[in-house]
Design a protein around this ligand. Structure first.
Ligand code: GLN
Ligand code: ZN
Length: 764
């Protein structure tokens, strides 16, 4: 009999209950007991909904009030010392977690903080962010398993087969950062002692199996880390509970032999990304070892082809019998909770989807087919086949015109007519901008009135004319303000946009939107990615009328504002029925039309934001160039069809360019604006070393802070920039968009920024 389990379930709740409880608690509206109570209810709700599925194991430890990595730090007694300011554990925990989160964020990705909070960073190749563990010479560990044991007991009250999940010791070290010159790997022996104590505790609490996650097995590991894994699992060999060593997010590749030979009771591998590795791993395992296969995709929202999966799984079941376990390939943390909540979703498309709850049902069906025979679930498998076929053949997905355009993409499509030097001379003449030109990144404050206008339009309270009038008023106000402030290149302010991806997704064909399909990004922050289900096209212009209107109000240049193809792709749930490169090309062609329409409408500067360019960089370095090739190509297709006279800007709000400077240069944007203010312009070193030829707008102040930036500070930052980049190539702008700020913050900040630019010009 194949056994069934899962690696983790979303914890935010189907109506984001956790988010609301947390935020109430942080605002002081509910007590700690009430918060813990609602957390406990959420866990019970999750377990309850899984009760009917007859899984062999029930997962516990997948819940977290903020982040599972931070939970590990708490469990191992490794919260940063500065956060321990009293007896209250939860208080200390949140002190590490937050710090910056009182401030609003401009994007769905967090920005590294300078406060006392722990640093936050991306969890492998997902849009989830974890709190980075901290290590130094003094680091020691002390088991603090109360929280986990409490949850185990909760589960055991309703079900005896509790399988806790924790992060393995080597991945835990790998995820963390040394705060001094020490080497975190030297902490392994001490760390393992604490893990051994935990294993003991778990056994005392009647645990048989422990899921121990080592997702770094999906990375390219050097000798040192491979040896660490060897030594860790040899040390834990005598574990009093059985270990299910678990890896996800990709193939094992060079780690296949290592993973298959570690002395553990079972191994879970990602059979979605690494299906071709399954037979090899099965052959390498010892006769008593369990092989758990991740056969349902935990990172996307599409239905599994159950018939297809069964056909390759059945022979393995024959071979392995009881030793075969099946599960989703990763935790379901990365997908929304329940499709049933989507009552407004188009029924045809809904029939192609599966969220976390549905994915567990799929797993249960597969289990029945394997263990009791296909005839016991024949009807459900037939329904699944119909859904899969309907998706394959739907005319809503396949648009021959789009496919023709993609097929006709050629190498020249992404080339500008002339090189940067020649076209920048042309642009200088026609745009007639001063040295150190000033501009902003696009959005201006999203006031209450603006939000109310958009809401009224959605609910039908105001008609299209009324809506247009109100948005035009906002644009007019925004242009007037920018005039007063004295900026050189203006923007319309993005009042019509709720979100930089959603806005375009709603206007492009090929996307649908959900009501409740939230996914945790970090802490209480969730995102609701659009679903990109079909060929992408642009039925009509999306931004032209707003930009044109803004331009009609001023003799200064207004910069058109678009989101780039890679960012739209990376912040959506993307179809899995064609190479992602093709999907990206389709978006690129659609946005290219918008670029060309803006140009025809007389807009001479167009910005194409690629805030999420880095987001889907593959986990394995050796795959980077493949990704970057098509990603950069897509940007070039979007941007570079314009005449020499048209100036293309791009914006990226992160600060890691060292490893991608060549591809960034290949984008060939005339101006790139980046986040730099917090790096003291150090970030420009890589641009300097590369001899980056085009213009750069290094952000001179951090828009995440409500404080007014100081003129002298900005002058000095730009002087530092000028030591690295020729003055003719420099622009002056904030780090990112201003939509989360208030006008009373934005106005003085920008006045100072303009003042700084004037000073810089005077000293040229
Ligand atoms: N143009 C967008 C804005 O200003 C860019 C946002 C972003 O980079 N995250 O809001
Ligand atoms: Zn930004």
């Amino acid at each position: 009999m194949a056994k069934l389990h899962h690696l983790g379930f979303p914890r935010i709740g189907h109506k984001r209950q956790l988010k609301f409880s947390l935020e109430k608690f942080w605002r002081g509206e509910i007590s700690e007991t009430q918060l813990q109570q609602s957390a406990s209810e959420l866990r019970a709700e999750n377990w309850h909904s899984q009760q009917t599925l007859a899984f062999d194991f029930h997962t516990v430890g997948d819940f977290s009030l903020y982040d599972q990595v931070l939970d590990m730090s708490l469990l191992l007694g490794n919260l940063p010392k500065r956060a321990i300011q009293g007896e209250n554990q939860l208080d200390n925990y949140f002190r590490v977690a937050r710090g910056r989160s009182q401030q609003k964020q401009c994007c769905s990705t967090p920005h590294a903080g300078e406060s006392d909070a722990g640093e936050m960073t991306k969890w492998f190749n997902t849009n989830y962010h974890y709190i980075v563990p901290e290590f130094d010479q003094q680091t020691s560990f002390e088991l603090n398993a109360d929280n986990l044991l409490l949850q185990i007991k909760e589960l055991q009250r309703i079900n005896k087969n509790a399988k806790p999940v924790i992060i393995g010791p080597v991945t835990y070290l790998w995820l963390g950062k040394e705060k001094d010159q020490s080497n975190k790997l030297t902490l392994l022996p001490a760390l393992l002692k604490t893990y051994q104590q935990l294993l003991q505790k778990l056994q005392e609490n009647n645990i048989q199996w422990l899921q121990i996650d080592e997702p770094i097995l999906a990375l390219e590991l050097n000798n040192e880390w491979q040896t660490a894994l060897q030594s860790a699992y040899h040390t834990l060999k005598q574990s009093p509970v059985k270990l299910l060593l678990t890896t996800y997010f990709g193939e094992l590749k060079d780690n296949l032999l290592l993973a298959s030979q570690l002395p553990v009771a079972g191994l879970h591998i990602d059979a979605i990304n690494g299906q071709h590795e399954v037979s090899q791993v099965a052959a390498l395992l010892a006769p008593e070892q369990v092989l758990s296969l991740g056969v349902i995709n935990g990172c996307n929202i599409w239905k599994t082809d159950l018939n297809d999966t069964l056909s390759w799984l059945a022979p393995l079941h024959e071979q392995l019998q009881d030793r075969l376990w099946i599960a989703p390939n990763s935790s379901l943390l990365h997908v929304p909770v329940d499709l049933e909540s989507e009552i407004k979703l188009d029924s045809e498309i809904k029939n192609w989807l599966a969220f976390a709850t549905q994915k567990l049902q799929e797993l249960s069906l597969l289990g029945s087919a394997l263990n009791e025979g296909l005839d016991t679930v024949f009807e459900q498998f037939s329904e699944n086949k119909l859904a899969i076929t309907s998706r394959k053949n739907s005319t809503r997905i396949h648009n021959p015109d789009v496919q023709k355009s993609v097929a006709s993409i050629n190498a020249q499509l992404g080339d500008r007519q002339q090189g940067f030097a020649l076209r920048s001379a042309i642009q200088k003449k026609s745009l007639n901008l001063p040295k150190y030109p000033t501009t902003t990144i696009g959005s201006f404050p999203q006031t209450k009135e603006i939000r109310a206008t958009r809401k009224a339009k959605r609910s039908g309270e105001i008609d299209a004319d009324e809506y247009q009038q109100q948005i035009q008023q906002s644009i007019q106000f925004c242009i007037e303000q920018q005039h007063k402030i004295g900026l050189d290149v203006l923007v319309h302010g993005e009042a019509e946009r709720n979100d930089m991806v959603e806005y375009f997704g709603e206007l492009l064909a090929g996307f649908v939107f959900t009501q409740f399909a939230w996914v945790q990004s970090y802490g209480s922050r969730c995102v609701k990615p659009p679903i990109l289900f079909g060929d992408v096209s642009r039925p009509q212009p999306m931004t032209v009328k707003w930009t044109k209107y803004a331009q009609s109000l001023t003799s200064k240049k207004v910069k058109g504002m678009l989101t780039g193809p890679v960012t739209i792709l990376n912040w959506s749930f993307v179809r899995d029925d064609q190479p992602i490169k093709i999907t990206c090309q389709q978006i690129a062609l659609a946005i290219r039309e918008e670029v060309l329409d803006l140009e025809r409408a007389g807009i001479e500067i167009i910005q194409i934001d690629e805030a999420a360019l880095r987001e889907k960089l593959p986990l394995q370095r050796s795959q980077w160039s493949n990704y970057l090739n098509w990603a950069i190509e897509a940007f070039r297709i979007t941007a570079n069809g314009v005449a020499d006279k048209t100036q293309i800007h791009t914006h990226m709000c992160y600060s890691e360019f060292n490893d991608i400077i060549q591809p960034i240069a290949e984008m060939d944007a005339d101006v790139i604006t980046i986040e730099t203010s917090r790096s003291d312009m150090q970030l420009l070193n890589v641009f300097e070393a590369f001899n980056y030829p085009n213009a750069i707008g290094p952000g001179v102040y951090d828009i995440h802070s409500p404080n007014t930036p100081n003129v002298e500070k900005m002058v000095s930052l730009m002087q530092k920039a000028a030591q690295r980049i020729p003055v003719e190539q420099l622009w002056v702008n904030p780090d990112c968009g201003l939509k989360t700020r208030q006008w009373h913050e934005v106005e003085p900040a920008l006045i100072n920024m303009v003042e700084a630019a004037k000073k810089l010009r005077a000293s040229c």
